[in-house]
Ligand binder design. Structure first.
Ligand code: HEC
Ligand code: HEC
Length: 435
C-alpha cells in the first residue's frame, strides 16, 4: 500500500509539473519552447553519423573507399594515411579513441603514415563525418559521408586536427575537391557536367580548403564571368534558429536546404521536389538529371528532417574566447554598427526572421551579382554575425573574397560611402570579433 501511495503522489506531482510547464509554455512563442531533449539527441546522431545511404555514390560510383585503403589493402593507389587525411582537413574525434590508441599516438607507436591506421580509425568511427562499413574479414566495404564532414570541426585539444567535436562549426580546413579527386572514376561526374576529366580535376583542385560548389551541380557554372573559380565557403550550421532563409543566396528554409544537400550533394536516398530546378535555362544539369523530382524508395531522408532541424536550431553560436578582442573598443563599435555605419539596417535579428527583409541585391552590398543570379532568389541573404570568429578562417562573404573582418569593414566603408575614420573602422572590427 505504501508503494501505492507513493505512486499516486508521484502521479499527482508529475501532473502538476506538467500543468505548470504547459502554463509556462503557453506564454511562449513556439521558438521559445525548449526542444524535447530526445529529439535533439536524435538529430545530433543524424547530423554526426547518418549517411542517408550515400555510400552508393561515394563508394559505389567514386570508389573513395578503395582510394583510402590503397593497393596494399585491396584498393588502388597509395592510400590515405592519417597524415594525408589530416592534411586535407579531415578531423579526428579524440573522444572516439580508446585509451590504448591515445597512448599509442602519444608514444609514437602508431604509424600515422600507414593507410591501415586510417582504416583502424574509421572502424572506431573516429573520423569526423566519414563513415565506413567493414566486411567480416576486416576489409572496408563502403564509405559514406555525413553532414559533420563539412559542418563540424574539433577543438585540437589532443593535437592539430584531433580533439573534441565542435558541431556546427564549419570545417574551413576541409579540401572537398581534393577528396573527390581521389576517385579513379571521374568520368560519370565529368560527363554529367559536360566537361572532360582533366577539366573536372582542374576545377576540383581549384576550390581549396573550406570550399564547395553546391550550385555547380545544378547549373554547370564552374567559373565566374571574371574567370575566377566559383566555389563558396562552407558556412556555419550554428546560430540559425532565427534565420528565415538559409544559404548565401537564400535558397529556402533550413529543412528545404538540408533535404537539398542530403539528396543532391551528398547523394543520399530520399525525396526532393522543387519545380524551380526544372528551369532548363538556369539549371541545365539539374533538368538533365531530374534533380527537381528526386524520388527514392526507401526514403532515408524525409523522416529525419525534423530532428535534424531541431538539433541544428539547438546549436547556439559559440562565444569568442576571452581576450580575443578589445572589449572597450567593441562597445564603441556597437554604437557605430547600429548608428553611423548603418550595419544594423540589415544585420538585425528581427530582419533575419523575415524572408522579405533578409535578402538584398548585389548593389545594396556593393558586390557583383554572379552568385545571387544563380539562386532562385536573385539576391544575397544577410548572414547572422554571431560566432563570426569561428567561421572567418580562409575568408568572409560567400566566396571568401575578403581575407578577414578588417577587409569586410573596409569594403563597406568604400561601397556604402560611410566615411569612417581608421579608429571607427577598428572599433567596428572589434565589435564583430566580440559577437
Ligand atoms: C561537402 C560539404 C558539405 C556537406 C557534406 C554538407 N554541407 Fe551544408 N553547406 C555546404 C556549403 C558549401 C554550403 C553553402 C551553400 C551555398 O550557399 O552555396 C552549405 C550550406 C548549409 C546550410 C546553410 C547555412 C546558412 O548559413 O544558411 C545549412 C543549414 C547546411 N548546409 C546544413 C547541412 C546539413 C544538415 C548537411 C547534411 C545533411 C550538410 N549541410 C552537408 C557544405 C556542405
Ligand atoms: C544592405 C544590407 C547590408 C548592410 C547595410 C550591411 N550588410 Fe553585412 N552583409 C549583408 C549581406 C547580404 C551579406 C552576405 C554577403 C555575401 O555572402 O556575399 C553580408 C555579409 C557580411 C559579413 C560577412 C559574414 C560572413 O559570414 O562571411 C560581415 C562580417 C558583415 N556583413 C558585416 C557588416 C558590417 C560591419 C556592416 C556595416 C558596416 C554591414 N555588414 C552592413 C548585408 C548587409
Amino acid at each position: 500500500m505504501r508503494y501505492r501511495k507513493h505512486y499516486v503522489a508521484l502521479l499527482l506531482f508529475s501532473a502538476l509539473v506538467g500543468l505548470t510547464q504547459c502554463k509556462k509554455n503557453a506564454d511562449k512563442t513556439p521558438s521559445e519552447i525548449p526542444p524535447d531533449p530526445k529529439t535533439v539527441a536524435e538529430g545530433k546522431e543524424i547530423f554526426r553519423h547518418d549517411t542517408f545511404g550515400d555510400e552508393d555514390f561515394w563508394s559505389g560510383l567514386l570508389h573513395i573507399d578503395k582510394a583510402i585503403a590503397g593497393s596494399a589493402n585491396g584498393g588502388y593507389g597509395s592510400g590515405v594515411s592519417p597524415k594525408t587525411a589530416l592534411a586535407v582537413g579531415l578531423k579526428v574525434d579524440a573522444e572516439a579513441l580508446p585509451k590504448e590508441v591515445v597512448a599509442a599516438i602519444q608514444s609514437g607507436t602508431i604509424d600515422l603514415d600507414d593507410p591501415k591506421t586510417t582504416l583502424a580509425l574509421l572502424k572506431l568511427n573516429a573520423v569526423v563525418g566519414v563513415k565506413g562499413t567493414f566486411n567480416d574479414d576486416g576489409s572496408m566495404k563502403t564509405i559514406g559521408i555525413t553532414c559533420a564532414a563539412c559542418h563540424s570541426t574539433v577543438d585540437d585539444s589532443f593535437a592539430p586536427g584531433i580533439g573534441k567535436r565542435l558541431d556546427g562549426w564549419p570545417n574551413r580546413d576541409l579540401n572537398v575537391g581534393a577528396i573527390v579527386s581521389l576517385t579513379n572514376n571521374a568520368k560519370p561526374i565529368a560527363d554529367m557536367l559536360h566537361v572532360n576529366e582533366p577539366t573536372l580535376r582542374t576545377v576540383l583542385s581549384s576550390w581549396g580548403p573550406g570550399k564547395f560548389a553546391a550550385v555547380l551541380f545544378m547549373d554547370g557554372k564552374a567559373v565566374t564571368p571574371e574567370g575566377k573559380m566559383a566555389a563558396n565557403m562552407i558556412p556555419a550550421a550554428f546560430g540559425l534558429k532565427d534565420v528565415a532563409l538559409t544559404t548565401y543566396t537564400g535558397w529556402g528554409d533550413i529543412s528545404y536546404w538540408n533535404a537539398f544537400v542530403a539528396n543532391l550533394e551528398m547523394h543520399g536516398k530520399g525525396t526532393f521536389v522543387d519545380p524551380r530546378l526544372n528551369d532548363a535555362q538556369k539549371y541545365p544539369i539539374a533538368v538533365e538529371n531530374g534533380f527537381g523530382n528526386t524520388h527514392n524508395t526507401p526514403d532515408l531522408i524525409t523522416s529525419k528532417l525534423l530532428p535534424l532541424k531541431i538539433y541544428q536550431h539547438s546549436l547556439n553560436a559559440p562565444k569568442p574566447p576571452a581576450g580575443s578582442f578589445d572589449a572597450d573598443a567593441a562597445i564603441r563599435g556597437k554604437v557605430l554598427f547600429e548608428g553611423k555605419a548603418k550595419c544594423a539596417s540589415c544585420h538585425a535579428t528581427e530582419l533575419y526572421k523575415n524572408p522579405a527583409t533578409i535578402l538584398h541585391t548585389a548593389d545594396e552590398i556593393g558586390i557583383d551579382d554572379f552568385e545571387a543570379k544563380r539562386s532562385p532568389t536573385g539576391k544575397y541573404r544577410t548572414p547572422p554575425l554571431s560566432g563570426l570568429f569561428a567561421r572567418s578562417k580562409n575568408g568572409l562573404y560567400h566566396d571568401g573574397r575578403f581575407a578577414n573582418i578588417d577587409a569586410v569593414v573596409e569594403h563597406y566603408n568604400g561601397a556604402l560611402k560611410l566615411n569612417l575614420s581608421a579608429t571607427e573602422k577598428k572599433e567596428i572590427t572589434e565589435y564583430l570579433k566580440s559577437l
